[in-house]
Design a protein around this ligand. Structure first.
Ligand SMILES: Nc1ncnc2c1ncn2[C@@H]1O[C@H](COP(=O)(O)OP(=O)(O)OP(=O)(O)O)[C@@H](O)[C@H]1O
Ligand SMILES: [Mg+2]
Length: 361
């Protein structure tokens, strides 16, 4: 039998901010609600240190999620560092009619599935997928991250994850919990040095497995990082689940724009909505003199948005810190929440949450 006391007792295993004492003894548990196998834990953490916040949240989630009889876990943190939207501030639900086609089966518990795609490789899809997922999480959403780039999975590297997925309780595979996100990637399962040669049906099999056999639980957004182009992974995704929409990433250069338009058309062709375009590696601001240089030309995202009538969701500057953060496994949104890059990602997250609101928590 699940009880408040039993749960509180177990949470004594979680060290408090800074490692001195545990979260129960230090009075960090604000509330424990148990209803029909659903557990909602509310913590009060007076810290602005996100590493600590996420460490504590993840540890609590892990403990509760592994309890027998628990169907769903929500860990909510209140305190000076969290700015969840209030119910009143949430805009109305998006108009009906955008609902996906009937033959695709939704993933139970997952409210929105957002694919991050591009026509051309190396334009920053994975970087954007990770930072956007962290930005949505920062705004209080429950977020999953699926690396569907089975040819070159990179999300585990960008996030610096060294754990392995474990067998799930209700489904075959439990995603890895990291930075407050639920992450699944083929990168966990394959050897970095061994290239995997994939045939179309194998690609389809893995993508379907990740969608259907991973214990995603209740999520507001499942972000999916796709390989470049318009191949088997993209098609399997849009044919297996009803995606809420795709975000097309492009650099501002003409050559990238041609490919971006192809990507856009592919999603339109299979009746999957395109949420908009993100222009990445736009203007470079010299950290020494402040001069602006358009290394990959300028405003290409705006031009393609005007041409195709897909919304321009954001323009992310070119910044060496983004590359360095990716190499170190420290995405910008975690290392410097106040940077212009992080702000640009938070603005995109706000636009997504405005269009596809989640319940205030
Ligand atoms: N705004 C940016 N400023 C500086 N570097 C960036 C930016 N966005 C991405 N990068 C860097 O560009 C490289 C490619 O980015 P990323 O791997 O995210 O692209 P991708 O589109 O996912 O590539 P692929 O098509 O191979 O999957 C990485 O080294 C990344 O750190
Ligand atoms: Mg990638």
């Amino acid at each position: 039998m699940l009880s408040k006391d039993a749960i509180t007792n177990l949470l004594k295993a979680v060290k408090d901010v800074g490692g001195s004492g545990d979260i129960v003894t230090n009075d960090r548990i604000q509330d424990v609600e148990i209803e029909n196998g659903k557990v909602k834990l509310t913590l009060f953490l007076a810290t602005r240190d996100r590493d600590e916040k996420y460490r504590i949240e993840d540890a609590c989630f892990d403990i509760l999620n592994n309890l027998e009889g628990v169907e769903d876990v929500q860990v909510v943190t209140t305190g000076p560092q969290v700015v969840p939207g209030s119910k009143e501030s949430q805009p109305a639900q998006p108009p009906k009619g955008e609902s996906p086609l009937d033959y695709r089966a939704p993933i139970p518990g997952v409210k929105n599935i957002i694919a991050v795609a591009s026509g051309k490789g190396g334009v920053g899809k994975s970087t954007i997928c990770v930072n956007l997922a962290l930005a949505l999480r920062e705004r209080g959403a429950r977020v999953g991250l699926l690396d569907a780039d089975i040819y070159g999975p990179s999300l585990h590297i960008l996030l610096g994850v060294h754990d392995q997925p474990k067998p799930g309780i209700k489904k075959e595979i439990a995603p890895v919990l990291h930075s407050g996100l639920k992450l699944m990637s083929l990168g966990f399962l394959t050897n970095v040095d061994t290239p995997v040669i994939w045939r179309g049906p194998m690609v389809a099999g893995v993508v379907k497995k990740f969608l259907q056999d991973v214990e995603w639980g209740d999520l507001d957004y499942l972000m999916i990082d796709l390989p470049p182009g318009t191949g088997d992974a993209q098609l399997t995704l849009v044919q297996t689940v009803p995606i809420t929409g795709a975000i097309i990433v492009t650099t501002p250069s003409e050559i990238a724009l041609v490919d971006a338009e192809k990507g856009l058309k592919m999603f339109e062709h299979v009746d999957a909505p395109v949420l908009g375009i993100i222009e990445n590696m736009s203007t470079f601001v010299c950290p020494h003199c402040g001069d602006k240089t358009d290394i990959f030309a300028s405003d290409g995202g705006k031009r393609i948005s005007a041409k195709t009538s897909a919304a321009l969701l954001g323009q992310i500057p070119l910044d060496p810190e983004v590359r360095a953060g990716g190499d170190k496994g420290r995405p910008t949104l975690r290392s410097d929440i106040d940077s212009p890059i992080s702000k640009a990602f938070l603005e995109v997250a706000d636009k997504i949450m405005e269009r596809f609101p989640v319940e205030a928590r």
